[in-house]
Design a protein around this ligand. Structure first.
Ligand code: AHN
Ligand code: ZN
Length: 329
């Protein structure tokens, strides 16, 4: 019995010694790749979901400021962003249009990780133009449904918002749906982008470090030429996003050519708020018209929308957010 106990004692102490043997000969544990922060996978952008969000907006009717369709759309957008987990701020304001009309307007801001100081701005306008005043429209009764001019950018951002609710990047995101963009008079560029002008003066703090505006991002075979103010105020962001677009296989859309300047929402966000912001906008390479043929005509309806374009924009925007969060954009 005694011998058995001694045997067991020796056996146990030997085992313990063995367990506590130095591990110096073990290989070092595999370190993660030395990127500044751990990269989270980029969520998959669902183009069918984005398309449905574009269609739903169009189904409300033209989202002209001061109309019922505009009010209904506002409520729906707030509900969607809240359902997708954003903290929503309704930025109500009265804007004076070029013709003296008082525009009851609302910027809708969906904030993700509002506690984080480092933030990215994603924006699009949700109102539509009250006049189909393009040279290419000869029907005086035509109305702008704004499937591309308005709804496409918002539809993409709603799907981005849905993904951000499901997969959280390590960076704050402000999704800003701007109002009263398209009530302008062509001879007076300050009459456009009234919501952006209001946002730029009243941006919730901490302000985003940079921004991406989406405008007319839904049409078949869209070409996103590099817009002039984007290059002037946010050169690095343009370069990185266009490079990313190309890398991800969307080089047909992200064309490396200059497309001229556009006084769009981003112009005021750049010049008033000082947030470097690019505009992803469908610009034509040649011809008399810089915008697509359906622009400000009765033809801007669901027929021009292509899910592949929506995906090329939404997937690149999501990748830009997650890469920026990981320090790899
Ligand atoms: C101007 O025509 C001054 N800016 C074009 C901005 C715009 C209108 N984007 C969509 N609709
Ligand atoms: Zn427009």
């Amino acid at each position: 019995m005694y011998r058995l106990l001694v045997f067991l004692f020796v056996l146990i102490t030997a085992a313990c010694r063995n367990d506590s043997a130095p591990l110096s000969e073990d290989p070092a544990p595999a370190a993660p790749p030395a990127s500044p922060r751990d990269a989270k996978p980029v969520p998959k952008f669902d183009r069918d979901s984005a398309y449905a969000y574009v269609e739903q907006q169009v189904n409300f009717g033209p989202r002209v400021v001061n109309t019922d369709a505009h009010r209904q759309t506002k409520q729906w957008l707030v509900e969607k962003l809240e359902a997708f987990g954003a903290e929503v701020i309704k930025q109500d304001f009265e804007a004076r249009a070029f013709d003296g009309t008082n525009l009851s307007s609302t910027n809708i801001i969906g904030r993700y990780a509002p506690e984080l100081p480092d933030r990215i701005l994603l924006a699009a306008h949700w109102d539509t133009r009250p006049f189909a005043d393009s040279d290419l429209e000869d029907d005086p009764n035509a109305i702008v449904n704004g499937a591309d001019d308005g709804a496409s950018g918002v539809g993409v951002l709603l799907e981005v918002a849905r993904q951000l609710g499901l997969h959280t990047p390590d960076i704050g995101v402000d999704i800003v749906l701007l109002d009263a963009e398209d009530y302008g008079k062509p001879s007076n560029t300050n009459s456009y982008a009234l919501g952006a002008q209001y946002y730029a003066k009243n941006a919730p703090t901490p302000k985003p470090r940079f921004g991406i505006l989406l405008d007319m991002v839904g049409a078949r075979d869209a070409t996103f030429l590099v817009e002039g103010y984007s290059e002037k105020y946010a050169k690095d962001v343009v370069r990185k996003v266009w490079q990313l677009g190309e890398q991800m296989g969307y080089g047909n859309y992200y064309v490396n050519a200059r497309g001229g300047t556009v006084i769009d929402d981003h112009f005021f966000i750049n010049t008033i708020a000082g947030i470097p912001t690019i505009d992803i906008i469908n610009l034509q390479e040649d011809g008399d018209h810089r915008f697509p043929a359906h622009w400000h005509t009765g033809d801007d309806n669901m027929d021009v929308i292509d899910k592949r374009t929506l995906r090329a924009v939404g997937q690149v925007v999501l990748a830009a957010v997650f890469r920026e969060a990981a320090g790899t954009l």
